[in-house]
Design a protein around this ligand. Structure first.
Ligand SMILES: N[C@@H](CCC(=O)N[C@@H](CS)C(=O)NCC(=O)O)C(=O)O
Length: 250
């Protein structure tokens, strides 16, 4: 297959994972171009994006948001997998849940994970530099503590911020758990949709599932405090659900 799409990413980014996973389910060929945080800006702008990853470019489109990418896949490549149900009520439900996870879950799992990872330079570098080109790898290392400083400032990554984020994550996990309590296998209707994919991908930084599309730390190398969080969330009904989505659909 010829890769006619380019996907600009930050390797461990869970919004990028959302796009990668969807592209793969849709059976669409793409070439991923990985950049570390901050150094991603030049590549994002050159590809026609604003400041964030993922950016998907090709076939005459530039899409700078993960949800826009899923909607595009539905419109143009929906034969193998349809992210949104065809029934309009269910479609709305899936899109609303996706938005909830994009806005109320993603920023908090990210802040929580970075809070712990930034205290372990070895784990942090391995994760953000995975698959990055040699020049940017060297430059990122040469910048020393500056990227971590700017990331902490840009995302308010502090102990208080991480504690608030953990509370937000627990809230969304509880809501998802309640939704699944009726014994339903998926969040909307009887099929795997954008809602399930978004939840699992955006929960991934605190669940650390097998099959994630970029290297994440393994459980046995996590700082004790982060391990406790991951174990708690994995054991919840929503955490078990996210792990199952990875097992069955990734
Ligand atoms: N709503 C966006 C959010 C994407 C996002 O927050 N991406 C992060 C990586 S996890 C990013 O690129 N942050 C760097 C920046 O915004 O400068 C989407 O769904 O694509």
């Amino acid at each position: 297959m010829t890769a006619t799409y380019r996907l600009i990413t930050i390797p461990p980014s869970h919004y990028c994972e959302k796009a990668r996973w969807a592209l793969e389910l849709a059976g669409v060929a793409y070439a991923e171009e990985r950049h570390p945080p901050l150094l991603h800006l030049r590549a994002v702008r050159a590809a026609g994006g604003r400041h964030s990853t993922p950016v998907l470019r090709g076939h005459g489109v530039v899409l700078a948001d993960s949800t826009d990418i899923l909607e595009h896949l539905q419109r143009r490549h929906g034969e193998r997998w349809s992210p949104y149900p065809l029934d309009s009520q269910r479609r709305l439900e899936a899109a609303e849940l996706e938005e909830v996870f994009d806005t109320r879950l993603g920023p908090h799992t990210r802040r929580l994970a970075y809070f712990h990872l930034l205290q372990r330079r070895d784990l942090f570098l391995r994760s953000v530099l995975a698959g990055v080109g040699r020049g940017e790898r060297m430059l990122f290392r040469a910048l020393g503590p500056l990227p971590a400083f700017l990331m902490r400032r840009g995302m308010s990554i502090t102990a208080d911020g991480a504690a608030r984020s953990l509370a937000r994550v627990r809230e969304v996990f509880a809501e998802v758990g309640e939704r699944l309590a009726a014994g339903r296998p998926y969040l909307v209707a009887g099929a795997f949709t954008a809602a399930d994919l978004s939840f699992a991908a955006l929960a991934a930084p605190v669940i650390l599932p097998q099959g994630y599309g970029a290297p994440l730390p393994s459980l046995d190398e996590l700082p004790a405090e982060m391990l406790a969080v991951v174990e708690e969330l994995r054991a919840s009904p929503a955490g078990e659900f996210a792990l199952r989505m990875y097992r069955d659909h990734r």
